[in-house]
Design a protein around this ligand. Structure first.
Ligand code: PLP
Length: 384
C-alpha cells in the first residue's frame, strides 16, 4: 500500500487531503515524497511560526525532551512557569491556563466566563454572544460557540447558552439587553470565516459597552495570535484590553499547546479542582512555545508588517480584494479558489482556502527571496 492508500484505509475520513505526502523541510521550504520542493504559504494553518525544523526551536524542544518530557500538573516545572510569566509580561494578563489545542483554550475561556458570572451574580447569567461567521473549534461546546448554522446540525444536542450577533455593535447590544449575558467572544480577524477583520469602531464601542455592563470580552486569538497579524496578539491592533485571551496554533511552533490568558477580572476565578488538563503545560510543548514567543519581538513584528505590505502591493492589481492583517491574508480571485490552490500546488506553492478565498499564512520568518518567488507564481496562477 502507498502511504496515501494506507491513510485512506486506516485514518478516519474527516479530512479532504490534497494529493501530496509531505516528508521534510527547512524554514518555508517543504518537500514531498517525490522530492518536489514547495514554498509553504500555509504554515500548517498558522502553526509553524518559524517554518519547518527551525534550529533554535528544535534545540529548545530536544533539550527539554531529553531532560523531562512530562510530569503531571501535580508538580511544578520550569518551562510551564517561564512560559506563563512571559505571556503575562508581554500582554499584561494576570494568569494562564495551559491546554493542548485551540478548542480547549476556548472551552477554558467559556468556563471561566461562566464561573466569573456565577460567583458574582449567581445562576442564570450564562449567555455568551459570539459573532456570525465565526469559528471557535470542533468540540460540542465550541461548535455551539461557532456562529455558523452549518456547524449546528447532526451532533445535537449542543451546549446551550450561545447567542449569535452580526458583527456590528447594534446587533450585540440588542442581544445583551434581551438576555443575561456574561461574555462576548470574537476573533478580531475571522480566519476560517474568510479572513475578515472586524471593524475598528465596532470593537471599540463593544469594549466600552462590555466594561460598563461587566460583560467579559473574550478574544479568540487561536489563529490571529503570536505575531500573525503584525502585532503580538491581534487585539493589540484595536487598542482594547480583553478580559480573556485564548491562543494555540502558532504558539507552539508545531507542538500542540493551548493557552487561556486571564485578565484582572478573572484572575481569581479558577480555584483548585475547577479546571484541569493532563497534558496542559507539558514541559516539551512549553519549551517550544518559549522559544517561539521569546523571538516575537518588535523587529520581527515590523518584518511581518513589511512583508504584508509587500504582498498586498504586489497582488492587489491581480485580485478582486485582499483582506486580513499581517501575514494572515485572504484573496478574492477571479478564478475559483480551489483551482488557484491546485494550480499553486502544481507549481510548487502551498496555499489554502478560507470559505471562497485563497488564504495566505506564510511562516513569519519566510525570506524575501522565498516570498518574491511564491508571489510571482501566485500572480501567474491568478492572472491566467
Ligand atoms: C483553529 C481555530 C480554532 C480551533 O483550534 P484547534 O487547535 O483546531 O482546536 C479555534 N478558533 C480559531 C479562531 C481557530 O482558527
Amino acid at each position: 500500500m502507498t502511504i496515501r492508500e494506507k491513510d485512506n484505509t486506516f485514518v478516519a475520513s474527516t479530512y479532504g487531503r490534497f494529493p501530496v505526502e509531505l516528508v521534510e523541510g527547512k524554514g518555508a521550504l517543504i518537500k514531498d515524497s517525490d522530492g518536489k520542493e514547495y514554498i509553504d504559504l500555509s504554515s500548517g494553518i498558522a502553526v509553524n511560526t518559524f517554518g519547518i525544523a527551525d534550529t533554535e526551536w528544535v534545540n529548545a524542544v530536544t533539550a527539554q525532551l531529553g531532560t523531562l518530557q512530562h510530569t503531571s500538573n501535580l508538580y511544578y516545572t520550569k518551562p510551564c512557569a517561564d512560559l506563563a510569566e512571559l505571556l503575562c509580561t508581554k500582554t499584561g494578563m494576570k494568569k494562564v491556563f495551559f491546554s493542548n489545542s485551540g478548542a480547549e483554550a476556548n472551552e477554558c475561556a467559556i468556563k471561566a466566563a461562566r464561573k466569573y458570572s456565577f460567583d458574582k451574580y449567581g445562576e442564570g447569567r450564562y449567555y455568551i454572544i459570539t459573532l456570525k461567521n465565526s469559528f471557535h473549534g470542533r468540540t460540542i461546546t465550541t461548535l455551539s460557540a461557532t456562529g455558523q448554522d452549518s456547524f449546528h446540525t447532526i451532533f445535537n444536542p449542543f451546549t446551550e447558552g450561545f447567542l449569535y450577533a452580526e458583527p456590528n455593535f447594534e446587533s450585540v447590544k440588542e442581544l445583551a439587553e434581551k438576555y443575561p449575558v456574561c461574555a462576548v467572544m470574537f476573533e478580531v480577524v475571522q480566519g476560517e470565516g474568510g479572513v475578515l477583520p472586524l471593524d475598528k469602531s465596532f470593537v471599540s464601542s463593544l469594549a466600552e459597552y462590555a466594561k460598563e455592563k461587566d460583560i467579559l470580552l473574550v478574544a479568540d486569538e487561536v489563529q490571529t495570535g503570536n505575531g500573525r497579524t503584525g502585532m503580538l496578539y491581534g487585539y493589540m491592533n484595536y487598542g482594547i484590553t480583553p478580559d480573556i485571551v485564548t491562543t494555540a496554533k502558532g504558539l507552539g511552533g508545531g507542538l500542540p499547546i493551548g493557552a487561556t490568558m486571564l485578565g484582572e477580572k478573572v484572575e481569581k476565578t479558577y480555584t483548585p479542582g475547577s479546571h484541569g488538563s493532563t497534558f496542559g503545560g507539558n514541559p516539551v510543548c512549553a519549551a517550544g512555545a518559549l522559544s517561539v514567543l521569546s523571538r516575537i519581538d518588535e523587529n520581527l513584528l515590523a518584518e511581518v508588517r513589511r512583508k504584508s505590505e509587500y504582498i498586498i502591493k504586489e497582488l492587489s492589481p491581480f485580485v478582486k480584494s485582499i483582506t486580513g492583517m499581517g501575514l494572515m491574508l485572504g484573496l478574492e480571485t477571479e478564478k475559483d479558489a480551489k483551482t488557484v490552490i491546485n494550480e499553486c500546488i502544481e507549481k510548487g506553492v502551498l496555499v489554502i482556502s478560507a470559505k471562497t478565498k485563497v488564504r495566505l499564512l506564510p511562516p513569519l520568518s519566510i525570506t524575501d527571496e522565498q516570498l518574491e518567488k511564491a508571489i510571482k507564481i501566485l500572480k501567474e496562477v491568478i492572472s491566467k
